[in-house]
Write a protein that binds this ligand. Structure first.
Ligand code: GTP
Ligand code: MG
Ligand code: ZN
Ligand code: ZN
Length: 466
């Protein structure tokens, strides 16, 4: 049978019917037996004897009235039980619907943290806390309405309203374990960019600022969901504090930091996955298709190494030692094209269709000479002073970076990005702050693109950010 669960089928979906069938069968059996008894008496005593005639009359009575009464009780019994079953079914339907409405209203979903799987699903597989049997479809159904009884006897809740999210959960596709509250929203943010543009630096510095500054200021409860992520993050950040750059990301590694965010104004949690993909993966277009998270991503961060902008790199070629900035070797336009083509295939879209996703375009390494004056915080302040309409430093930065790209021969990129994505915003940051080995790396602007993507998709996050 399809989706057999290690649980006992509820009375109203299984045994209830058998019981009804048996009761009816027994009543008719009794009726038939009585008729047979009387018939035997008639043939034994003879129809014309007193006893035989009485038996024949009794037979006639049973045949007419007995059968009538049995038929009536059968109908009555069936109607009463059917009404009862219908009520139970309606109740089951309502509870199933309430659970689905709760999931939809709170936009709850889950994604597999295993980078080789990245499956996206509403309800994970849950295990029985007592016997560890796997329940792949722990929803209201024939095994139970609000609760089901596992084969071991343990009662398991079947909805998010009565505690399903508290059970240990697994990915229904690959079996990887899921940590954190599975009754939460799921946000996926992949960071895209060529080799050495600074993705790993940006993610670690961005997460550091989110954890250390944004979370306490905004009343957020933000933490790593997995111990291994936490250990990886601490080792990278400790290194950066000592002026040690992070290791290059392995070509085949698809890693994700998983963070759990609880807001002060909402009981529904947010699971945030930030994907770090090696820049080399974009050199072979097919590899990108492995990133299922692209298809359900809530926004992309496209990171640019300014030294890969030909016009800009020419302007600073006599002032800058490219190697000391870990200059990327790949043209950022090519990487962007690979990303667009893959998204197009994933969403089955035409080249002119608009992607319903937000895109943060981020210029990194703003510690490179001349950049700070053009697109850094000081430039943003001057822009605001000169343009009173501009309301925030972020808006100023957005305008400055956009113009910078256009002025440096990347107008085509700007137009394509704005034509293909729902919303594009431009950012400038420095993930390391400088290029001196052994001196504490202190970035700036690294959290802004993450915050923008989260705020764009979640008004409750926007309402809390300070
Ligand atoms: N000066 C300066 N250098 C940076 C900055 N961010 C990154 N870098 C340099 O760029 C190098 C690559 O950074 P990573 O974060 O490893 O780059 P990545 O994009 O993760 O690269 P892959 O993992 O190979 O795809 C670093 O080792 C630094 O040398 C920055 O803000 N300023
Ligand atoms: Mg990396
Ligand atoms: Zn069990
Ligand atoms: Zn999985």
């Amino acid at each position: 049978m399809k989706h057999v669960q290690p649980a006992r089928i509820s009375y109203f979906f299984g045994k209830g019917y058998t019981d009804l069938k048996n009761t009816i069968k027994d009543a008719w059996k009794l009726n038939v037996r009585e008729i047979k008894n009387q018939a035997e008496k008639v043939s034994f005593e003879g129809f014309f004897s007193i006893k035989g005639f009485t038996a024949a009359m009794a037979l006639l009575c049973i045949l007419i009235f007995g059968s009538l009464i049995t038929a009536m009780t059968t109908v009555f019994h069936t109607i009463i039980l059917s009404i009862f079953f219908v009520i139970i079914y309606i109740l089951f339907g309502i509870i199933w619907l309430v659970d689905r409405i709760y999931i939809l209203a709170h936009r709850i979903s889950n994604a597999c943290p295993n980078p080789d799987c990245q499956a996206h699903f509403l309800i994970p597989a849950y295990i029985c806390p007592n016997c560890h049997r796997v329940h792949t479809r722990l929803v209201p159904g024939r095994y139970g309405i609000l609760k089901r009884r596992c084969l071991c006897g343990e009662k398991l809740p079947t909805t998010f309203l009565n505690g399903r999210s508290k059970l240990q959960a697994y990915c229904p596709v690959c079996g990887s374990s899921l940590t954190g509250d599975t009754g939460s929203r799921q946000y996926a943010i992949p960071i895209i960019g060529g080799p050495d543009v600074g993705k790993t630096c940006l993610i670690n510095m961005g997460v550091k600022t989110l954890l250390q500054d944004v979370a306490p200021q905004s009343g957020w409860d933000l933490s790593f969901m997995s111990e291994s992520d936490k250990a990886e993050y601490f080792s990278v950040v400790q290194g950066m504090l000592k002026g040690v750059r992070p290791m290059k990301t392995d070509k085949d590694a698809l890693t994700a930091y998983q963070l759990m965010l609880n807001l002060p104004n909402d009981k529904i949690g947010r699971r945030i996955y930030i994907y770090d993909i090696s820049g080399e993966m974009f050199s072979n277009s097919g590899d990108i298709q492995r990133n299922k998270a692209f298809s359900y991503a809530d926004g992309f961060i496209f990171l640019i190494d300014p030294l890969t902008i030909p016009d800009f790199s020419m302007k600073v070629s006599d002032k800058v030692n490219f190697d000391s900035y870990g200059a990327s070797s790949k043209d950022f336009d090519d990487i962007f094209d690979v990303m667009l083509n893959n998204l197009q295939i994933m969403f089955n879209m035409k080249p002119e269709d608009v992607m319903k996703k937000n895109l943060a375009v981020v210029i990194n390494k703003c510690d490179i000479p001349t950049l700070n004056e053009q697109i850094g915080p000081a430039a943003a302040e001057s822009y605001m002073a000169a343009n009173p309409d501009c309301k925030s430093e972020g808006d100023a930065e957005n305008e400055l970076v956009r113009s910078f790209l256009e002025e440096n021969g990347e107008g085509n990129f700007v137009r394509t990005a704005e034509a293909r994505f729902r919303n594009v915003r431009y950012f400038a940051c420095s993930a390391l702050g400088h290029n001196k080995e052994g001196v504490t790396f202190q970035g700036y602007g690294t959290e802004a693109p993450f915050l923008w993507i989260l705020e764009e998709i979640d008004p409750k996050i926007r309402a809390t950010v300070r």
